[in-house]
Design a protein around this ligand. Sequence first.
Ligand code: BTN
Length: 338
Amino acid sequence: MKDKILAALSQADDFLSGQELSEMLGVSRTAVWKAIGKLKEEGYEIEAVTNKGYRLVAVPDADLLNAYEIERRLTTKWVGHTLYYEKKTGSTNDDVMQLSNEGAEEGTLVVSSQQTKGKGRRGRSWSSPAGGNVYMSLLLRPKIAPDLAPMSTLIMALSVYDALKSYAKGREDVVFGIKWPNDLVVSVKGQPYRKFVGILTEMRMEDTQIKDVTIGIGLNLNKGPETEGLEDKATTLSVALGQEINRAEITAMCWNCFEPNYEEFMQAKSIKPLKDRYNAALVNRGRKVLVLDPKGEYTGVAQGIEDTGELTVIRDDNGQQERIGTGEISVRGVMGYV
Ligand code: BTN
């Protein structure tokens, strides 16, 4: 309701009367008046003039995150067309899975400003404080073989990378990259790469078929993680760019980039058409890595991903080529974070 009123006011050239708004939205004038009051509380400057109605004068600040601010920036055909914004939640991945159980459509998106039970990869938690970050998850129902599903994580990483590049266009001093398989890292003025985005994909099965895939992304934009020991490994986009980040813009850009990339993958049923772009963004490429294989650790030089999404590494000890699947084995940089 608030979002619809905002949309109507921002599209109007002149004042819109309470009567016009109530007819447009099919609600009472009291409901319109109440929603306008709430919008004012959120910081929207709305002028109210007797016999004329309401006019949107200014939006509160560049960093405002709500459904309307995201929706008006989305150019997608199906991603995020059902969108839930929650100021605070447990975990947006859990929310999406719950919505999926209730029959939510593919493309349903949940966005939040704070999580109390944020989940990270490998059973870790994801620090999700309030105050300037984005935590969001998307529902997918791909009709593909289950072993292809982990690719959606790589596609998401590539899409966030695309979005960040275009957000920071012109900033030659800031270099973004993907740390295999799906961490987004940034380096400023040649400093070591630091992580500020994590992606967690969860797949559920129904017999032998995929029931759903939930892709969750945590973007540390304006506030760092509240986890000890990460000080020299983690950063925020705001620190990297030296400016406050517009969260609604980044959020929409991620999905605007994701949809065409994902459709390309679904059409080919392979990551092949996106592989070269992914490898070009991969910071591990050509670098020494430590592979934490449960069968025995080894070092080697990462080459890039294959059509299967696996990372190839040439071992230092025997010169053999190894292929590493996402999820099985952890890869660490030998020098610095990557
Ligand atoms: C990682 O460990 O790097 C992955 C972190 C993924 C965090 C995001 S925040 C939104 C979504 N909801 C969760 O509970 N986790 C993911």
